[in-house]
Design a protein around this ligand. Structure first.
Ligand SMILES: Cc1cc2nc3c(=O)[nH]c(=O)nc-3n(C[C@H](O)[C@H](O)[C@H](O)COP(=O)(O)OP(=O)(O)OC[C@H]3O[C@@H](n4cnc5c(N)ncnc54)[C@H](O)[C@@H]3O)c2cc1C
Length: 374
């Protein structure tokens, strides 16, 4: 019996188990260790802000999944990994493994900005529920909401806040602050940037480009040049970084806080430990993987195939082909009012209701449809 230990019950962690089940793999013992008991479908989560979706519809009970798919679940946090000794430490106890997969995702990056804890994060489903509650509590006439970061998360948050106020018949001022000179800094597609800016500006969303946030204080956001923006509610959408666990993985090398892996997604220098999804820095065939759920799922497929080789007594040999690369962006971004923007590569972008239908279909139905209906 080979013992497969997977850390993280998000997109990539659950998909590996699904792939092993689909491929009828027997004679293994799989344990999933994850903080909390639920898979969270965060990619559709911003719509919880405007109440178009409920957080409970975007969660799946991992305990139930463990009954369906026959793995054991530990709801807990891994604090340390020693790849040399093949030991994983949890808050309570430790585990040994034959094969390890680190699929622990990323965490919001606050860049040590002072007062960051006065802003609401926009990362987990509970964050979107909290934003919704906070919007309801804003009782002044025309509240001002500042969103830090014009990446796709910040823009979706801005769009959903506009929809929230629209549906409740209230007015608000929504301003997105972005350090670089344009929206979507992570996606090199000028047409997408132009269309997004036009669409969002025409909805009344304001943009403040070119200055980063230096400090967040009660009722205001202070920019790098010392100028201040009054704020009734500040939301942080400033990007992600690798989690603490990457730093606490003895025997792994890091690339900008992410675990460095080879083309088979093995942690560099290892034959029995993988890192995938947002936790990993993946560079193969001249491309760098984008931190996206779609890519995390693809990496899980590669890893499941390599685990099968190991179980069969062979060396892992499947090389990963990056599907969502930094150079060729592929994303559907909801811009509110039932419209979404499709970005496909560095030149193509289209905006409309069909794109929104597609986004809903992929982000909700396909993502949740990976699991048996309860
Ligand atoms: C608001 C938002 C919108 C997004 N929209 C899109 C989109 O439209 N399309 C797209 O492709 N991508 C999107 N992304 C990115 C996508 O969510 C990530 O790329 C994806 O979640 C990565 O999957 P993962 O399996 O690596 O990590 P995750 O899905 O984050 O799972 C990590 C899991 O590990 C657990 N964990 C963390 N640390 C530990 C520990 N120490 N011990 C045990 N368990 C641990 C966590 O609790 C979590 O369950 C979006 C992200 C956000 C925040």
């Amino acid at each position: 019996m080979k013992r497969i230990l997977i850390i993280g019950g998000g997109y990539s962690g659950t998909e590996i188990i699904r792939q092993l089940v689909l491929r009828g793999v027997r004679g293994i013992e799989v344990e999933l260790i994850s903080v909390g008991r639920y898979f969270e479908n965060t990619i559709a989560g911003t719509e919880v802000i405007s109440e178009k979706l409920r957080a409970e519809d975007l969660r799946y009970d991992l305990q139930l999944l463990s009954d369906y798919w026959g793995f054991s679940l530990t709801a807990g946090r891994v604090t340390k990994i020693n790849l040399d000794e093949k030991v994983v430490k949890l808050e309570n106890g430790e585990r040994e493994y034959d094969v390890l997969v680190v699929a622990s995702g990323s965490v919001p990056n606050f860049y040590d900005v002072k007062g960051f804890d006065l802003a609401l994060p926009s990362y987990r489903l509970s964050d979107f529920e909290q934003i919704n509650r906070s919007l309801k509590r804003l009782n002044n006439d025309r509240p001002r909401v500042i969103i830090v970061g014009a990446g796709y998360v910040g823009l979706e948050v801005a769009a959903e806040i506009m929809d929230f106020f629209k549906s409740s018949g209230r007015k608000a001022e929504v301003i997105v602050v972005e350090k670089t000179g344009h929206v979507l800094p992570g996606f090199n597609n000028e047409a997408a940037r132009r269309m997004t800016l036009e669409a969002m500006s025409s909805r009344g969303i304001g943009f403040n480009f070119g200055k980063g946030v230096k400090r967040i204080a009660e009722g205001k956001v202070v920019l790098e040049d010392g100028s201040e923006l009054q704020s009734d509610l500040t939301i942080w959408s400033g990007g992600v970084k690798g989690s603490e666990l990457a730093l606490n993985t003895i025997g792994a090398s890091l690339h900008n806080s992410y675990i460095h892996v080879d083309e088979k997604l093995l942690i560099k220098g290892r034959l029995d430990a993988f890192a995938i999804g947002d936790a990993a820095y993946v560079e193969t065939g001249g491309s760098v993987a984008q931190k996206m759920a779609g890519e995390a799922l693809e990496q899980a497929v590669t890893t499941a195939r390599n685990i099968i080789s190991i179980i069969g007594g062979q060396k892992p040999s499947v090389e990963h082909k990056i599907n969502y690369s930094v150079n060729f962006p592929k994303v559907l971004l909801s811009l509110g009012e039932g419209k979404a923007l499709l970005i496909f590569g560095p030149h193509y972008a289209s905006l409309g209701s069909t794109e929104y239908f597609l986004k809903r279909r992929i982000d909700v139905e396909e993502m949740m449809g990976r699991f048996p209906r309860a």
